[in-house]
Write a protein that binds this ligand. Sequence first.
Ligand code: AMP
Length: 485
Amino acid sequence: MKNSWKEECGVFGIWNHPEAAKLTYLGLYAMQHRGQESAGIVSLDTQTAGQPIHRIHKSLGLVADAFSEATLAKLTGSVAIGHVRYSTTGDNSVVNAQPLTSELLTGPLAVAHNGNIVNSSTLRTALQRDGAIFQATSDTEILLHLLAKHPSNDLVSALTEVLKNLVGAYSFVILARDRLVALRDPLGFRPLVLGQMKSGSGLCYVVASETCALDLIGAQLVREIEPGEIVEISSEGIKSSRFSDGTQSTRKSANCVFEHVYFSRPDSVVFGKSVYDSRKKFGVKLAEESPIDADIVIPVPDSGVPAAIGYSQKSGIPFEFGIIRNHYIGRTFIQPAQSVRDVGVKIKLNPQTEILKDKRVVVIDDSLVRGTTSQKIIALIRQAGAKEVHLRIASPPTTGPCYYGVDTPQKSELIASEHSLEDIRKHIGADTLAYLSEDGMWKALNSGPERFCAACFNGEYPTSLKGVETKKTTDQKDKSQAKQI
Ligand code: AMP
């Protein structure tokens, strides 16, 4: 499915709080970085037995724009789930916005999904042959169809069976009439945590993609949902079961390393590790592996900041904000009719001449994907009078596309998959260029490829890729363009 390829999402769920929808709104607000194209909340009142459908509001755009005080007020009930979504390919329509809802024989269900199901095309075709009618193009709907066909009246028993058909990355939050279910795929590609807080005289449970969402609403982190685990929250409390015992794979987990490199917020604890700490350690390792004589270390804001602090502390070269970021740019801005040089990049990032002039500058960014951002930034730093510009990337060369839910372009657009370090250096216009080694990344994480998925860096995909669209035609076209650097 073309448009299920590039999805980065955040999911949230809350059980037993009088302001469930408002807290979901806040949770999504904290996770806005995980998806900016649509937002949705479904709420439910567990007391009102026989309610046919959840209360729902979904809209394109940012969380703050998608919900008003009035829409939130209509989402009554003590239980809610929410979703933020980002898809870069074509179909950014509200039908693909989540949570998805449907009326099954067993009752209403709402589903929010983060990740990407690798064999979705195959499953979808089989379901369609069998008469299923799909409303949307996202891979998430497949789960609803598989559940609808399953004979069991018990949601968890049905899930335990049908999830065995899915290959890939999925953290699901599911709202049924009388329970909230949170689960992660057998390898735990995407994060999902369980939290709790007091609510009246009882306990309120929360699930979220990232701990920063728990922080905002004042919930305490209890633990991660384990890979292959289903956590069921109901009026009877919490029940945990497993739909996968991990024996299907030689590895126990495939946590996405890119969550630590770029995707998660630095104030989150992801896969049991502080993201800020990981990024800072990537910078320390980078300074050990690729030192350079220079006057200042500057980050590409905001993604390069923790690594630049690490690089600066290890190397002893002073840290400066040489580029200032405008945090208030929207999706679109009005371009002047007359071409004004670099307006595109300058609207977001403005280099400070007073800091950069006549300096030997080390620039730190978290990753280099296509190379276009770095090329523009280096040109701006030179225009501001820097004497030398040394680019240091706090992750290894990105050489493989992600099929598990991070929006990386196809292989031919990944500059490091087709070009040597020296070619890339020339293309982006740096005096020197160095990446963090894969080994350095593992040392910084105090872990290794047996625990994390690093397919974007090492090409080792932890699942079968059967059913993944090869995008051959576009790929070949792009290849010829990529060669022209
Ligand atoms: P480029 O090399 O021009 O493709 O862009 C690299 C920049 O994009 C880096 O500064 C990263 O912070 C950022 N980046 C890396 N991965 C992603 C992603 N999946 N989505 C959006 N931005 C990203």
